[in-house]
Design a protein around this ligand. Sequence first.
Ligand SMILES: *[C@@H]1O[C@H](CO)[C@@H](O)[C@H](O)[C@H]1NC(C)=O
Ligand SMILES: *[C@@H]1O[C@H](CO)[C@@H](O)[C@H](O)[C@H]1NC(C)=O
Ligand SMILES: *[C@@H]1O[C@H](CO)[C@@H](O)[C@H](O)[C@H]1NC(C)=O
Ligand SMILES: *[C@@H]1O[C@H](CO)[C@@H](O)[C@H](O)[C@H]1NC(C)=O
Ligand SMILES: *[C@@H]1O[C@H](CO)[C@@H](O)[C@H](O)[C@H]1NC(C)=O
Length: 491
Amino acid sequence: MLLKSVFLITLFFFFFLFPLSTSSATSPPATVCIVGSGIAGSSLAHFLRRYSLPSSSRIIMFDRNPVVGGRMATVTIAGHTFEAGASILHPKNYHAANFTEMYKLGRKKPVRSESSISLAIWDGQRFVFKTMSVESKSPLVQKIVSLANSVYMLFHYGFSLLKMDNFVEDMLSKFLKYYESFETRPIFETVDEMLKWAGLYNLTTRTLEEELFEVGLSPLLVKELVTVITRINYGQNVDINGLAGAVSLAGSGGGLWAVEGGNWRMAAGLINSSDVELHLLEEITSISYLGKYYELSSTHGKTYTCEVSVIATPLDEVNIQFAPRISIPKRNLQHTHATFVRGLLNPVYFGMKAVSEIPELVGTIEDVDIPFSSISVLKQHNETDMTYKIFSRKVMDDALLDDIFSARTDTIRINWAAYPHYNAPEVFAPFILDSWHLYYVNAFENAASTMETSAVAAENVARLILSRLFGDGPRSSPNCSSDEEILHSDL
Ligand SMILES: *[C@@H]1O[C@H](CO)[C@@H](O)[C@H](O)[C@H]1NC(C)=O
Ligand SMILES: *[C@@H]1O[C@H](CO)[C@@H](O)[C@H](O)[C@H]1NC(C)=O
Ligand SMILES: *[C@@H]1O[C@H](CO)[C@@H](O)[C@H](O)[C@H]1NC(C)=O
Ligand SMILES: *[C@@H]1O[C@H](CO)[C@@H](O)[C@H](O)[C@H]1NC(C)=O
Ligand SMILES: *[C@@H]1O[C@H](CO)[C@@H](O)[C@H](O)[C@H]1NC(C)=O
């Protein structure tokens, strides 16, 4: 288990589950405006319907982009579709799992079994760590190689690996509390309260590095493997908060997956089945509270009135004028450049003789002179024709790519305002931005940013909205199944 799990050096994760609901059948309808159509906005719409927002209520959703999905998006190269943003789901991402099942979306496994992915850690001069890679489809050979690699990893990092595993498992077991039923799980008005209840708050007050030294990890493991993982997942080093760090390390245990055709399809399914009036390519420029309702203005020169307004996108890089003004802690987003290259790596760049000596995943340690965070093979079209994904903090310009690649036929660059730039101790914006009905789902992103954590935050905000609108809020009554409102849920 340990040997297997430590070998999985993988990407983004998100966890989850669902409670039952009831209706506020006699409550008056309300219009809810949602800014953002990513996983936060789409799952919020879903949970509002599921938890029985009065059926005649309108949900109006805005997105400045031409498509839904936010930071879930795909690129197509050589006829193959690849995740460009949020990529990987963890087996315990129960909300994502249910969304995928509800809309009959397929699950895609990583191309190779994770245990046979070869990994190397590049320090700018040489590979300080490199696993073995064997081109064999034989499960037995793969198993032997995987075992040999695990033993090598254990030899290199020692029993610190075990401590790392325990650290992650402890975080995961606490996170699972967010899937408990309404009977035992309160509605949270603040992120702080939500984290404290699950026992996760303290992790956000210190850096990952501090947490890991405290549990006794070796400095070598932190400097190499852990840093590689945080750089891949969050584009940052071990200074990120301990919770984001633990989430980042949680890609262990196997079973990582993604949605066939793209993770954005979860958002598409949720929106399509939640009776949402969707306005794409329409940016909200102001939100004004006019007493009993909000007036939203958009770039189309239109205005909308809603009793409830929800921000389901990071406020850091949007330009919305709020009246009255709101005040939230300052936060920067970490930009990650995802560069897709079809071509072939240049072994000379890595001091190798042949491309085949370069592992499928090249991670890097923290060093300002290394121009990328990771390079991984997404698809091998043939021996000299591959598709790669590179993560970097700065744009990968042509001159640099020409150094790293010996051949290059397609290049696609995406600059993501990907996740918060983490800073321990984290200071959280509130879920409730004013004293009325202006909400902010992405306040939770300072804890950790994943598809699943966004769904978990949205689920709580849906309960919060209903309880504040209708007093008692959604209760988990075992007698609710006879209520016709429940038919509104998306199952
Ligand atoms: C997912 O769906 C299953 C089956 O409908 C249900 O039992 C479970 O509670 C759901 N999980 C979550 C997290 O909602
Ligand atoms: C969090 O830290 C505080 C202050 O150091 C401590 O009193 C509390 O017990 C800790 N909580 C958990 C769950 O570890
Ligand atoms: C929306 O849902 C309907 C069924 O409710 C389905 O027929 C249709 O294909 C869905 N559209 C999209 C874009 O998912
Ligand atoms: C690999 O694919 C490229 C582009 O499709 C092609 O030009 C090349 O001949 C192929 N090489 C081999 C060895 O099949
Ligand atoms: C639920 O149903 C049971 C039996 O049908 C009944 O005894 C109970 O009072 C009901 N509870 C509520 C909250 O209506």
